[in-house]
Design a protein around this ligand. Sequence first.
Ligand code: CA
Length: 461
Amino acid sequence: MTEFFNQVSRRKFIVTAGISASAVLLKGCLGNPPETGKSGSTSTQTATQPTANINDAQKPETTKAKLGYIPIVESAPLIIAQEKGFFAKYGMTEVELSKQASWGSARDNVEIGSQGGGIDGGQWQMPMPHLITEGLITKGNKPIPMYVLAQLITHGNGIAIANKHLGKGISLKLDTAKPLLTQLKSANTPFTAAFTFPHVNQDLWIRYWLAASGIDPDTDVKLLTVPAAQTVANMKTGTMDAFSTGDPWPYRLVTDKIGFMAALTAEIWKNHPEEYFAMRGDWVDQNPKATKALLKGIMEAQQWLDKFENRQEAAEILAAKKYFGLSSPEVLANPYQGKYDMGDGRKIDDKSMAAYYWKDEKGSVSYPYQSHDLWFITENVRWGFLPKDYITNGAAKAKELIKKVNREDIWQAAAKELGIPAADIPASTSRGVETFFDGIKFDPEKPEEYLKSLKIKKAGI
Ligand code: CA
């Protein structure tokens, strides 16, 4: 390991938190169910929750935080931390969860912060926190420092295809589907695939999947941004051939008999980094103890979510109208057990393909590996979204940005306060070499070599 990826210092904290029961107020800012796209409403909910007898050294500076989320499985640690009282347990008794109509709204709301009626942070696709920090996707290109604090989830995402393409070879590998894509392009009706925000996870999953089969996402197909709310409707009316987003939306296409699943992201990259918890840097700097309290609540929720016996209850909590607004929790409960009806005759029943929140086959899910930030930035360079100087010269520019944004040190401090065993706290900021379904390897020590090894790319590397 190089110095960049091996900067972990270890200190042991011994934490004893006595639990006392007290009534606390939990708030939820709700609205914008994705099916309808209606404007938001707010409701408040009270509940009796255990509150930790927090010692003075760990007492948060504030009991309030406003966190944005999108109604997909990635947000479950935030919702479960709220509903099961894990935020309150660490002193964050006035957390407000705010459902975001789209990723663009989440970005707009974090730009203004909770003081301006927005949010302090929440759930993000990658590398949104880095792009916001750099001022690349903000109004007037204003840099707004953000800190990545934890990974929320692995897996739980897929690529859905309209039913009209059933039986035409569109699957994880696309070799037999190439003539169809060529024919659609020459007929001036190119294969159209959608994601929910440009340059981040879903866009990158679609691009990786297409390019691995020799299809150039910039010239052979049409890619566009569509809010999750409209994806199902657009597929119903036949104006869209494919989209990628988090469960339960792709799976709903199957159960509603509108589409099928070409691939799970778990098939594209097993145990891949998915979405993250990140906050405004100024909020974290002003509230370091409250940040750790939020993290401890999220970590406890992630551990609770990973117990398969809790997943039916999790599906019921998330399905509620105020959160995901699902007609039945079953569209979540099955994928949560690794059971996917892909809709094209293929069935997956494999717990290792399910969503994980705390630990997977590779180790920690929650810990934000800096090597994963580097992959997301490298893919942005690959497709020409970021200039190549982020990755050339030993990726010095990317690493400098990651060092600023990725605060794995705060994750570690919170994990130690929580009493997480040393074996569950990664010893390096790199997870090492990653392997994709097409055999391509990403060595975080050599991102430029990775780009050179890829046949289809926009960057002149
Ligand atoms: Ca996602």
